[in-house]
Design a protein around this ligand. Structure first.
Ligand SMILES: C[S@@+](CC[C@H](N)C(=O)[O-])C[C@H]1O[C@@H](n2cnc3c(N)ncnc32)[C@H](O)[C@@H]1O
Length: 280
């Protein structure tokens, strides 16, 4: 769908990241954050639930779309796999897609500020109805489809917290071998919030831990005033500064042009490492 086709549509049906901040503006990591392994006792907001179900239907379901950075991202995810526990920020209902090349993760914490996004992800993980896109992606990374079960069997829990505010103790108490952030840090309002978020990532990484992810940069014609989420401050340089400012070392940083997308013009991918203190 091209951008102009969104004209006149119900505002709430716009792509999720544009209007998300309004949804969680009162979220407080001190009293609202939680972590769970199943949905016992969780009463979802039906509107948010159907929103994220729709999101999961709209993305990563049909054919594996090439030329929009997914190949490079899967390749990077497969190449930087320290052994240990992994944390994914802003997983949404689709966070498992970027896990497809993983074989070294010991456990996974998927996280999001919106509970319902994780409920959809949890059910998707449980149901094992692998979409074509997942099968084709496995083919692309030259991994037999039967390995999909291994990825979905990875021990997982689900953490609800706002990754732009001070992280809750149940996350801060851990050091992760790898922290990923796909399409979430670009929701930050500007450079300062972006680098503060990256600093928290660095604090929660093990020595030699890996921070990797991607941000999609919007076309300038995207109607920021109406549809939210101005990414015009963001580019590879801003991301590099945030990484260096957090005392992480840039291992990979690449900007890829996206063609024929209604919303996004570029994707910036990165991998950074937390190096040990040099002795002597
Ligand atoms: C564009 S989606 C990306 C989903 C997934 N990572 C992917 O690549 O398909 C962004 C996700 O980040 C979540 N999010 C937005 N702001 C957040 C915040 N401050 N803390 C944690 N998650 C956030 C949203 O709820 C949404 O599920």
């Amino acid at each position: 769908m091209f951008y102009d086709e969104y004209e006149g549509q119900d505002r709430d049906r716009l792509p999720v990241s544009g209007r998300l901040r309004e949804t969680y503006q009162h979220f407080d990591n001190v009293k609202d954050a939680k972590i769970f392994c199943d949905d016992t006792g969780i009463v979802p907001d039906e509107e948010k639930l159907s929103y994220f179900k729709q999101y999961a239907t709209d993305y990563f379901q049909g054919d594996f779309i090439r030329g929009q950075g997914a190949e490079e991202l899967l390749e990077l995810a497969g190449r930087y796999q320290p052994i240990g526990s992994y944390l994914d920020l802003g997983s949404g209902p689709t966070g498992l897609f970027w896990c497809l090349p993983l074989s070294h993760a010991e456990s996974f914490t998927f996280s999001d500020v919106i509970t319902e996004a994780l409920l959809v992800l949890m059910k998707f993980r449980r149901d094992r109805n692998y979409p074509d896109c997942y099968r084709q992606a496995m083919n692309f990374i030259q991994t037999p489809e039967v390995q999909l079960d291994n990825v979905f069997d990875l021990p997982a829990d689900f953490a609800v917290f706002d990754c732009f505010s001070p992280w809750p103790a149940f996350i801060r108490d851990h050091q992760y071998a790898r922290i990923s952030a796909y399409g979430v840090l670009s929701i930050c309002v500007g450079e300062l919030q972006y680098s503060t978020a990256v600093r928290q990532v660095a604090e929660n990484l093990e020595t030699n831990g890996i921070f990797l992810g991607a941000d999609w940069i919007r076309h300038s014609k995207f109607r920021i005033a109406e549809d939210g989420n101005d990414t015009s401050y963001l580019d590879a340089n801003v991301i590099k500064h945030a990484i260096v400012d957090a005392n992480l070392e840039v291992r990979e940083l690449e900007t890829i042009t996206i063609t024929d997308d209604p919303l996004y013009g570029h994707i910036v991918l990165w991998v950074a490492e937390k190096r040990g203190l040099k002795v002597g």
